[in-house]
Ligand binder design. Sequence first.
Ligand code: IYR
Length: 220
Amino acid sequence: MIPYRPDPVPMDVGLERGRRLFSSLDQRRSVRMFSSRAVPAEAIESAVATANTAPSGAHQQPWTFVATSDPNTKHRIRVAAEAEERENYEGGRLPDAWRDAIAPLGTTSDKSYLDVVPWIVVVFAQKSTPMPDGTVRKNYYVNESVGIACGLFITALHTMGLATLTHTPNPMGFLTEIFQRPPTERPYILFPVGYPSDDCEVPDLQRKPLDESLIFFPSR
Ligand code: IYR
């Protein structure tokens, strides 16, 4: 064990920082209309460095972030994603209840933003990890760990003024193929990363109030 002595934060300062963080993150929206404006690779590195601080089961850090700005690769992803989504939306693969749930979002099988965005970052979850000695290590709490890392990634992007979307063009096996990932990894979330377009619109959604998210027990 080693000492852990984080800088002390007086509670009034901490509360103010918390309020500022909330007020910034409360402005975050998932975006499907992106600008082609360039984003430097350093911004992707910074966001993944933040994601990489996530706690993980047995500290196994079971994530791989694959980032591409290559137009040809982005186009292959768009073509494959739209083929899957056409099956979902037009081929009847989405169950009715699911279709009803996403109807307010106004989504369709058109994923043209995948050609427009400067970056696509695909997060892969490592169900197991090949070790240097040739053995394969089983990983624990993979979904929880990778989900937390993705949350930090989204937070970092928003803090840099960037927008993204938690996109899962199911089934996502084509991403394993395109990025030549090993069979021990499965595609988890696809993040288009860029700036919102000048004419960007988002659905008029409200967040549920805190008293539906938080219960003090016993009540205060
Ligand atoms: N993957 C599809 C459908 C979809 C599913 C959910 I859950 C959403 O929140 C939104 C869309 C698509 O990306 O269009």
